[in-house]
Design a protein around this ligand. Structure first.
Ligand SMILES: [Zn+2]
Length: 200
């Protein structure tokens, strides 16, 4: 089991702590999942520069060379998933959707559809819906977006660190690889984000 301080910081020689209090938005209720991201930056420093003045970010950052940084407390909520979640049932288990509600939502204009679907999904318990900021840990992997469909390939050093870190988080939060998602699955993003990241 990993050691965690009362402030929610991992105690491990493989982690460098660079905590940004502005990324933390109140206590996290429970952690049921992990969401993987890519930064659209080429260096960790570029992401630190944006973290210094932004409310948006995640709990961990993995640099190109595999160095893991903890950037927020495990006990606090970060804004990394985005405002509106997609529908898990629509994408992976259509018969389990409420077909009447879905038909009503799908008939709406796109922006109303996105908002109504988010509200409909948030009323469900996990894992019937995708994770949200209030119940997930975010891991950012340094890498640029190449175009509107693709991101840089995650380095083997980054994937080694990702596998170690996800393994530690699985045992701490009693979750598994079934609870790891890539950002574009969960909300509306470039479909290539974190595509080449391989969790444990
Ligand atoms: Zn993301």
């Amino acid at each position: 089991m990993p050691k965690i301080t009362p402030e929610g910081i991992f105690v491990d020689g493989r982690i460098v702590v660079r905590r940004y209090l502005n990324l933390e938005h109140g206590p996290i209720s429970t952690v049921v999942a992990i969401v993987l991201h890519q930064t659209d930056s080429s260096t960790a420093q570029q992401t630190f520069n944006s973290y210094a003045r932004s409310p948006h970010g995640a709990h961990f950052l993995i640099d190109k060379n595999g160095q893991v940084y903890q950037t927020a407390s495990l006990f606090m909520r970060c804004q990394h998933v985005g405002r509106h979640i997609r529908s898990r049932c629509l994408e992976i288990d259509k018969p389990s959707c409420d077909s009447v509600a879905m038909a009503r939502i799908q008939a709406m204009s796109w922006s109303n559809h996105v908002r109504a679907l988010d509200a409909h999904e948030r009323a469900k318990p996990y894992p019937q819906r995708y994770p949200i900021n209030g119940d997930s840990i975010g891991i950012e992997i340094v890498g640029r977006s190449i175009d509107d469909k693709k991101y840089e390939t995650v380095t083997s050093e980054q994937n080694n660190s990702l596998q170690w870190l996800t393994g530690e988080l699985y045992s701490h939060f009693s979750i598994s690889s079934k609870d790891v998602y890539k950002h574009p699955q969960v909300s509306y993003k470039n479909p290539g984000e974190a595509a080449s990241g391989v969790p444990k």
